[in-house]
Write a protein that binds this ligand. Sequence first.
Ligand code: FES
Length: 136
Amino acid sequence: MDEDRRIVAAEEVTAGETVVFTAKDGFEKTEGLLTRLDDGTVVAFTNYCPHWRDVRLDKGSSALVRNGEIVCQKHGATFEKSSGHCDFGPCEGAVLDTFEVTVDDGAVYLTGDEWDAAEPGLSEERDLSSGGRIDF
Ligand code: FES
């Protein structure tokens, strides 16, 4: 496995929370989040809500996971961990983009060809955690 694409130790990814990471392709960066399905599979989705694309689902301390779903805490949209499908909320019917990841020798790696590196944590250049919008 390519060590530049290593994200975190597999044991850090649990079913009850998410772990944010940054995927890189040259100067391009985006954020994803890892979580684990009940069958043990590690999956990865975009860290941005389809309702308001500048809202992070995981602001660095895990997104809320409830009843097997990832919850956007801005307006309460819920996303099935198995598919990324939004089954409730203002973006109902939308589907979170996915990342291809693989668990190998106790670590999670980003394996999609479109990315050449990964690291745990938020991307430094896009601090969108506070947001400038007015809640409703
Ligand atoms: S920003 Fe996520 S539900 Fe509105």
